[in-house]
Ligand binder design. Structure first.
Ligand code: WT7
Length: 677
C-alpha cells in the first residue's frame, strides 16, 4: 500500500466528485483600479526569463546595496537569491514610508471586547515603538545579529512590533502560535537554541481573559530539561501598567516590557544592513515525523516575494484597509498581515479574538467600521461564518473589492456563498495555494487578469511553473489525472533550508524527483510540495490534499505522528493511529484509534485521558473527534497499521478488500463500534 493509495481513498475522492465549475469574471470596476492588468506579465515571468524576471519584485524594495547575482545555485537546492545585496526588513516596512506617509495608519488593532477602543497605530508611532523595543532587546536582553529568539504571543499590535524590532537588529525571530501549549513552545526554543522568550501576560478569546504567562514558565522549565537555558523572559502586558496573570514574575529572569521600555524612550536604532541571504525568521511546521521542521526564510528573497505577490495577487495599494483574519503565528500572518502589507504601506487590521464573538455579525461590523477593502481568510472560517449567520453580511454597510481564501480546498458551494453573501457580488476572489515552506503564493488567479473558477486555485502565479509527476517521476501532461504537484523552478520566497538539518531538507522536498544529487543546475531540483493535485484543460490546478501523513484541521497542518506520539503519553496506550474525518466547519478533524496495553480495560476515563494528552501536547486544535478504544489495529502481515481502513470506517466509506490483512476480523468489530455511535 503506497502513500498515494491512502490519499486516494480519503481526501482526493471527496474532491474528485466536484464538477468543473463555470468561470466568474472580474468586474470592470476592479480591473479599472488593479495593480496588474497587463497579461504581458506572464511573458515577462516565463521560464526563458528565469531567474532575472524576479528583479521586478526586488525593485519594489529599498536596498542599501544591490545584489551581485540574482540567483546563486552553487549549493543547490539551498538557493541564494539576490546574493550580495544588502537591506533591512524593518526599514522596508517602516522607515521608507515616513517621508510621505508617517501619519497613515499602519496597524488597526481591534480588541475582542467590543467596548474597548480600537488602537490606530500610525507608521510614525510604529517607528517609535519598534525602535524603542529594539533598543531594549539590544541593551537589556543582549540580543545581536544572528541570534534566535522565540516569541509566544497572542494577536496583538505588540507582536508585529516585536518581530520588526528583531528584524531591525538582524535577530532571527521564531514565532510560535499563541494557542500552542508550553511543550510546543519548548520544542521550538530548544531546536532554535533561543535564550530569550518573549510573551504576553494575557489575552481575550471567546469572551474570556486567558492567562498566558503560565505557558512561559512551563516552556522555560521544559526547555531546561532538554538542555536549553532561557535566561530572559520579556513579558508584554495586555493592559500596560496592570499585570493580568496569576503567576508571579520571576526575579532576575522576567522583565515587564512596558516598564522597562521607559528607559529607552526616544532611542533610535540604525537598522542592520543584512545580506539578502541572511535569515529573517524561522517558522516551524509539522512533518511526517514527530519533530517539527524549522523553515528558514531569507531576508531579501522572502521580502521581495511577499511584497511582489501582495501587490499583484492581493492587489494591495496604499489606500487600502486590509484585513487578514489568520493568526500572525502562522506563515499567512507573517507574509500577508505583517511583511507584505507593511512593505507596501497598507493599513493592516489585527483582530484579537474570535470572528463570531460576541455574535455572528462581529466580523462584518469590524469591516464596516474600519472600511476594510480587502478581506483574507480560510475556508474553515468561511464555513463557520456561513453556518452561524448566512444572512448577516447583508446587514452591514461594507464593500470589499477583493477577497482571499487560503489553507485548504474550498468547496464550490462555500465559495459561492463567499462570493455572493460576503463579497456581495462585488469582490473578486483569489484562492491561493501555498505552504509554510514556500513563503508566498504558488497558485492563484491574477485578480485583474484571469477569471476565477470555484474550487480551483488557478494556474501558477507569475514565475511559478508547476508540474505534476506520477510516482515514477513521469510528467503527467493530460488534464484530469491526479499526481504529485511539484514546482519546476526555485523562487525568491522559498525557504532556504530546515534550520540545522540540511539533509532532511533535501530528503523531504527534493530527493524524490532529483535525478542528479550533485547537480548545481536548478532544472534538476523540482520542489516536491507534498500535495496531490490535478490540472484542468485550462491549466487551472485543483489541490486534492496531502500525500504524506499530515492532517489538515481548519487549515492547519498536524502531523499524524505528532498526534499519535501524544496519545502514547497515556500509560495505558499500546498503539495509536489517527485518521482525518470529514467535518463541515474544520474541513477534517482527527479521529483517534487506540489499543490498550494488556491488563487494561477500555473505559470512558481512559478515552478522556488520551484526548487530554493530545490537547496538552499539541493544543486544542488537535483535539480528537473521538477516541476509539479498539481491541487491536487492522494490520498488514508485516505489521503496518492500515490507516486507510480506519479512515474508511470513520468516514463511513468502503473499507475495500481486507482479506489480505493479518487480522481481518478486527475490521468488522471496529466498524460495528463506530457505526453504533
Ligand atoms: C498546506 C500548507 C498556505 C498558508 C497556510 C497553510 C493546503 C493551502 C490551499 C488552497 C487547497 C491548500 C495544502 C498545503 N493548502 N492552501 N488554497 N487550496 N489546499 O500553510 O500549514 O504550511 O499548509 O495547506 O495541502 O500543502 P501550511
Amino acid at each position: 500500500m503506497s502513500q498515494r493509495d491512502v490519499t486516494e481513498t480519503t481526501e482526493s475522492q471527496i474532491a474528485v466528485h466536484w464538477q468543473e465549475e463555470d468561470y466568474y469574471y472580474p468586474s470592470p470596476k476592479f480591473i479599472g483600479q488593479a495593480n496588474l492588468t497587463d497579461p504581458a506579465v506572464f511573458d515577462r515571468f516565463k521560464l526563458d526569463n528565469f531567474p532575472d524576471c524576479y528583479v521586478e519584485y526586488a525593485e519594489m524594495l529599498s536596498w542599501y546595496k544591490y545584489w551581485d547575482e540574482v540567483l546563486d545555485t552553487s549549493d543547490a537546492p539551498c538557493f541564494k537569491w539576490f546574493k550580495g545585496g544588502k537591506l533591512n526588513a524593518s526599514y522596508n516596512c517602516i522607515d521608507r514610508h515616513l517621508a510621505e506617509n508617517k501619519n497613515k495608519t499602519a496597524i488597526h488593532f481591534v480588541p475582542e471586547p467590543e467596548e474597548e477602543r480600537i488602537d490606530h497605530i500610525t507608521y510614525h508611532e510604529l517607528y517609535v515603538r519598534v525602535n524603542e523595543f529594539a533598543a531594549l532587546l539590544r541593551n537589556k536582553a543582549k540580543l545581536k545579529r544572528g541570534d534566535r529568539v522565540t516569541i509566544h504571543m497572542p494577536m496583538s499590535a505588540e507582536l508585529p512590533i516585536t518581530m520588526l524590532a528583531c528584524a531591525r537588529l538582524g535577530v532571527i525571530h521564531s514565532v510560535v502560535f499563541g494557542g500552542f501549549p508550553a511543550s510546543a513552545c519548548a520544542d521550538r526554543i530548544v531546536d532554535s537554541q533561543s535564550r530569550v522568550l518573549i510573551t504576553m501576560d494575557a489575552y481575550h478569546r471567546s469572551g474570556k481573559l486567558l492567562d498566558h504567562k503560565p505557558h512561559a514558565d512551563e516552556a522555560v522549565k521544559l526547555s531546561e530539561e532538554q538542555g536549553q537555558t532561557v535566561d530572559t523572559v520579556l513579558v508584554w502586558q495586555r493592559y500596560p501598567g496592570k499585570y493580568s496573570s496569576d503567576k508571579p514574575m520571576k526575579d532576575g529572569r522576567d522583565i515587564t516590557v512596558n516598564e522597562e521600555i521607559a528607559k529607552y524612550y526616544g532611542e533610535r536604532i540604525e537598522p542592520e544592513r543584512m545580506l539578502a541571504e541572511e535569515p529573517l525568521f524561522l517558522m516551524y511546521t509539522s512533518g511526517t515525523t514527530g519533530k517539527p521542521k524549522g523553515c528558514q526564510h531569507s531576508t531579501g528573497g522572502y521580502l521581495a516575494y511577499v511584497t511582489g505577490t501582495s501587490k499583484y495577487i492581493q492587489d494591495i495599494q496604499p489606500k487600502d484597509v486590509y484585513w487578514c483574519m489568520a493568526d500572525i503565528g502562522w506563515i499567512t500572518g507573517h507574509s500577508y498581515i505583517v511583511y507584505g502589507p507593511l512593505s507596501l504601506c497598507a493599513s493592516s487590521v489585527i483582530y484579537e479574538g474570535v470572528p463570531t464573538f460576541p455574535d455572528a455579525g462581529r466580523s462584518w461590523r469590524i469591516a464596516q467600521n474600519l472600511d476594510v477593502s480587502i478581506f483574507h481568510t480560510a475556508p474553515t472560517a468561511i464555513r463557520a461564518l456561513r453556518k452561524v449567520g448566512p444572512d448577516e453580511p447583508a446587514k452591514y454597510n461594507y464593500h470589499f473589492k477583493h477577497m482571499t481564501t487560503v489553507g485548504e480546498p474550498i468547496e464550490p458551494e462555500v465559495w459561492k456563498w463567499y462570493e455572493s453573501a460576503v463579497g456581495k457580488g462585488e469582490a473578486i476572489i483569489v484562492d491561493t495555494w501555498w505552504q509554510t515552506e514556500t513563503g508566498g503564493f504558488l497558485c492563484s488567479t491574477v485578480p485583474g487578469i484571469s477569471p476565477m473558477k470555484p474550487g480551483s486555485a488557478g494556474p501558477g502565479v507569475p514565475g511559478i511553473h508547476p508540474v505534476i509527476f506520477d510516482d515514477e517521476g513521469n510528467e503527467i501532461k493530460e488534464a484530469g489525472i491526479a499526481g504529485n504537484i511539484c514546482i519546476r523552478n526555485p523562487w525568491p520566497g522559498m525557504f532556504q533550508t530546515i534550520w540545522g538539518d540540511r539533509d532532511r531538507f533535501v530528503k523531504t522536498y527534493f530527493e524524490r524527483y532529483c535525478k542528479d544529487p550533485k547537480s548545481t543546475d536548478w532544472r534538476d531540483w523540482p520542489y516536491l510540495t507534498g500535495d496531490a493535485a490535478m490540472k484542468a484543460e485550462d491549466e487551472y490546478y485543483r489541490i486534492l490534499g496531502r500525500i504524506d501523513d499530515v492532517i489538515n484541521v481548519s487549515g492547519h497542518r498536524l502531523g499524524t505522528k505528532e498526534i499519535e506520539s501524544a496519545a502514547l503519553v497515556a500509560d495505558e496506550v499500546a498503539e495509536a493511529a489517527v485518521v482525518p474525518v470529514a467535518h463541515d466547519i474544520k474541513g477534517t478533524e482527527p479521529d483517534l484509534y487506540v489499543s490498550l496495553k494488556p491488563g487494561f480495560e477500555p473505559s470512558e476515563d481512559i478515552a478522556q485521558k488520551v484526548s487530554q494528552a493530545v490537547i496538552d501536547q499539541i493544543g486544542k486544535i488537535a483535539k480528537p473527534r473521538r477516541v476509539w478504544l479498539v481491541p487491536d489495529m487492522p494490520k498488514t502481515r508485516s505489521g503496518k497499521i492500515m490507516r486507510r481502513v480506519l479512515g474508511a470506517i470513520s468516514n463511513k466509506g468502503d473499507v475495500g478488500n481486507v482479506m489480505t490483512l493479518a487480522n481481518p476480523e478486527v475490521v468488522d468489530t471496529i466498524k460495528t463500534m463506530v457505526e453504533k455511535e
